[in-house]
Design a protein around this ligand. Sequence first.
Ligand SMILES: [Zn+2]
Length: 271
Amino acid sequence: MEGLFQMFQKKIKVYNFITLFVFASIQTLANDLFEGQSGEIISIPAAVQENSDVLTFKTSTGTKQLISLPFVQKDLMITRHHVNVKVNWVNFGESRITIADVSKVNLSKKDKDRANKEAIEIRMALSNSTKEITPSFDFVPPVPGIVTSPFGKQRFVNDLPRSAHLALDLRGSIGTPIIAPLKGKVVLVGDYFYTGLTLILDHGYGLFSSYAHMSEIKVKLGDLVEQSNTIGLVGATGRVTGPHLHWTVYFDGNKVNPESLIQEGYLRSIL
Ligand SMILES: [Zn+2]
């Protein structure tokens, strides 16, 4: 009987040791302070307790994982994936647009219901990312046009403050081909109140991109598209002031700055 009790005690000791070890590993990470800019992706040491579903990268300084930082209105300390991060506010400026069609600003009950339903549809499409594609993060611009509205600009529609512009607007005339910036799977196609003809690509492991205001969609739901394949044409559908591509990138649950992603050697720069 005593032998059994001692064995039991020994087991508890072993478990305590493991618990302590895991706890200590998490603590070590939590004590390190990371820093990054509003709406950017940064790398952190891959946490021991993360499951294998997390995309990791081997570097000379150890195995890393990527995390996204939210858009912030002021410097903010946050905890994400067991690390503390100081997210630095960035002044992205502001833009004021006038939408003459007041019914697209002050929504009727019918339009409000439609927009809410569509927002849920979009959230659903973003809720589950494939593990069949491993994103290379080696983006090419979806259209050759210049940036007409950067990520993070505070918007005022008819002088009323609206949510910040968490996407990139690229110039393009109606009919300009839009190409897939990265290999992806089509997880949403539709005609939406705000974003008009819209398409979402799932690039795997929580990386998504969306294309709004298109004049035509060239792919179907479920299609697998290779990098540089044409997915649609620039248009002016939905709530717009003129033709352009409104390009949104989501990673790790946040909208991130697409302009950073198309920089040469992007992945290397953040690892
Ligand atoms: Zn836009």
